[in-house]
Design a protein around this ligand. Structure first.
Ligand SMILES: NC(=O)c1ccc[n+]([C@@H]2O[C@H](COP(=O)([O-])OP(=O)(O)OC[C@H]3O[C@@H](n4cnc5c(N)ncnc54)[C@H](OP(=O)(O)O)[C@@H]3O)[C@@H](O)[C@H]2O)c1
Length: 314
């Protein structure tokens, strides 16, 4: 039975991971989160909800060794879901965990695109750099702690969302407007993970320590092309949609321009270019390894996106 401490529990990914851990019917003996006073103040309702479910709340500064060590003493597993701007905070967290004998396992904040998909191109992708530094630190300095990188590919709910007008060339599904922009030719398959499945897959990895030990687990919910996603939206909305395409050459041009102009959306272009190029595809995914083959479908997540966009428009 694992005793799990979560960092980044109230974030976009962390909320889903925390929810799945709270509702896990087996394998979790104790659950806590480490968070800042600011999050406790600004997300008070969510924190109270966690408390009511028996989750322990440890408040402190993630960069303060004493605060972190005080929380570490009650747990054996760390699940980190830090946001992109806090990825490097994990290096100290790993160092301190390595020195804390009761901590046995560490799940670094990954939950996305495979940062070591290709030995030729992945090392040079700008959005991968911070996570690559964390992996390099683990390779070099972590001897005792076990680690698992949960690699999920893109979240379907986000990838099938409606983009703001300025960036809809990077792909969009607009339910109200019945219009979509597809990337590449629209035929390229991409493997997606839904956000509830993200949580369930992390729990499954936690419950299969032998299979998940010291590796990147490549898991997902389903694989679909842009045209297949569009066809599902059209089926469920009962109407043909207006479709445009952003071909690969144009996507690459926009990506280059965005990085040159230091546009904060540059990461979005890069990740979507990687997904469209096939950077989420494997001969075999690892779901079976952790007994997690029962995942959500394209139809389920499209229904969810339609409901979310429709409610937002009311
Ligand atoms: N596959 C995909 O499509 C996809 C999409 C989004 C994210 N991701 C990945 O999921 C992981 C989490 O990303 P996210 O978008 O969920 O992150 P996020 O919501 O931006 O932030 C997650 C949490 O990080 C902590 N945090 C933020 N800034 C911090 C700072 N300066 N110092 C210390 N802690 C800080 C906060 O923890 P508290 O909760 O304690 O306040 C925050 O809630 C990342 O590895 C990201 O790359 C993947």
């Amino acid at each position: 039975m694992a005793k799990v401490l979560i960092f980044g529990a109230t974030g976009v990914a962390g909320k889903h991971i925390t929810h799945a851990l709270v509702h896990s019917k087996e394998g979790i003996a104790q659950l806590g989160i480490f968070t800042s006073q600011n999050t406790v103040d600004t997300k008070a309702d969510f924190i109270e909800k966690l408390k009511s479910k028996g989750v322990d709340i440890h408040v402190g500064d993630v960069t303060n060794e004493q605060d972190v060590l005080a929380a570490y003493k009650d747990y054996d597993t760390i699940v980190n879901a830090a946001g992109r701007n806090a990825i490097l905070s994990q290096i100290d967290l790993l160092r301190w965990a390595e020195q804390t004998s009761n901590i046995k396992r560490f799940f670094p904040s990954e939950y996305g695109t495979d940062i070591e998909y290709s030995s030729e191109t992945s090392p040079h992708e700008k959005p991968h750099q911070l996570k690559l530094k964390v992996r390099a630190f683990i390779k070099e300095h972590i001897k005792r702690l076990e680690h698992t990188y949960v690699v999920t590919g893109p979240y379907a709910e986000m990838a099938f969302g409606r983009m703001p007008p300025a960036i809809e060339v990077a792909g969009t599904f607009d339910v109200q407007g019945k219009r979509a922009v597809l990337l590449g030719t629209g035929d390229e398959p991409v493997s997606y993970t839904t956000m509830p499945d993200l949580g369930n897959l992390v729990v499954a990895a936690l419950l299969h320590p032998e299979q998940a030990r010291n590796k990147a687990l490549k898991v997902n919910s389903f694989t679909a092309s842009g045209k297949a996603v569009l066809a599902e939206f059209e089926k469920q909305t009962g109407e043909k949609w207006n479709v445009k395409f952003t071909p690969m050459n144009e996507l690459k041009r926009l990506e280059k321009e965005a990085w040159e102009k230091e546009n904060p959306m540059a990461t979005v272009y890069t990740l979507r270019r990687i997904w469209t190029e096939g950077g989420t595809l494997y001969k075999e995914r690892d779901n079976k390894l952790i007994d997690a083959e029962d995942t959500e479908t394209l139809a389920t997540v499209v229904a969810r996106v339609i409901s979310t966009q429709t409610k937002a428009a009311i």
